[in-house]
Design a protein around this ligand. Structure first.
Ligand SMILES: NC(=O)c1ccc[n+]([C@@H]2O[C@H](COP(=O)([O-])OP(=O)(O)OC[C@H]3O[C@@H](n4cnc5c(N)ncnc54)[C@H](OP(=O)(O)O)[C@@H]3O)[C@@H](O)[C@H]2O)c1
Length: 232
């Protein structure tokens, strides 16, 4: 039995990941910051809900303590929670615009990872999946054939570049855990006003692959639904 904790699982890609992994036999814990939305999603999916705001140290610690009490360990941590931030002309961008987004997309991943590491280390095959984006890839954002090259989103893109590098650094340091980054691809969710061409099922292919591929696969990879990609 594989136990999987997902942040930001009340909607969008996190919720669809929960639905698919439950169908594949995982015990999924739906992490969400809003108690009503999180509980409603968990009830609909047949999962347990745990409140977690990844910007709040106490909330993250309480979530890990709750999971320790109820499940005792986890096998897969999916750091999915994310925010998009301001798009377009950065002339009036503020420091708070940046720290607010990095607090969720980068520091939030660090908080959740640190809190859940002891529970992951009780697993025979621990896995961390960081939901990053090709919006943080120099190659994709400079390739006119890629949708990522058509947007200016200075804070979101730089936060995802940071998250992908964070993933490779963790993978180098924590060799007892398989730690990879997923790029869902441009997917219709609230994050982008449902403008993406992919369905949430297509957008969760890379995450589901990383959550189910089993021992022996590499760490420190950046993966989309077609396989491994370069992020530089
Ligand atoms: N959609 C795409 O095209 C796309 C492409 C590449 C990467 N991604 C990444 O995929 C991930 C999921 O995004 P999505 O497209 O599914 O967007 P979404 O539908 O807007 O979902 C984002 C989720 O993150 C949660 N969240 C935000 N701040 C949080 C916090 N402080 N603590 C805990 N949860 C928080 C949201 O909770 P609330 O409902 O409470 O706000 C929501 O559950 C993100 O990391 C995003 O960057 C998306």
């Amino acid at each position: 039995m594989t136990t999987t904790f997902i942040t930001g699982a009340n909607k969008g890609l996190g919720r669809e990941t929960a639905r698919r992994l439950i169908a594949l036999g995982h015990t999924v814990i739906v992490g969400a910051r809003d108690p009503e939305l999180g509980a409603a999603a968990a009830d609909a999916l047949g999962a347990r809900f745990v409140q977690i705001d990844v910007t709040d140290d106490e909330s993250v610690a309480a979530a890990a303590a709750d999971v320790e009490k109820h499940e005792g360990s986890i096998d897969v941590l999916i750091n999915n929670a994310g925010r998009h931030g301001p798009f377009g002309d950065p002339s009036e961008l503020t420091g708070d615009d940046v720290t607010g987004i990095f607090d969720v997309n980068v520091a939030g991943v660090v908080r959740a990872t640190t809190a859940f590491l002891p529970l992951l280390r009780r697993s025979a095959d621990p896995v961390i999946i960081n939901v990053s984006s090709a919006m943080g890839s120099l190659a994709a954002t400079h390739d006119p054939a890629r949708p990522e090259s058509h947007f200016v989103a200075p804070v979101y893109t730089s936060s995802k570049a940071a998250l992908t590098m964070l993933t490779t650094q963790y993978a180098k340091a924590l060799t007892d855990i398989r730690i990879n980054a997923a790029d869902p691809g441009y997917t219709a969710t609230d994050l982008n006003g449902n403008s993406g061409p992919q369905t949430v099922t297509e957008g969760t292919d890379a995450i589901v692959t990383l959550a189910t591929e089993g021992p022996g696969h590499g760490s420190g990879r950046f993966v989309d639904r077609d396989g491994e990609i370069a992020w530089s």
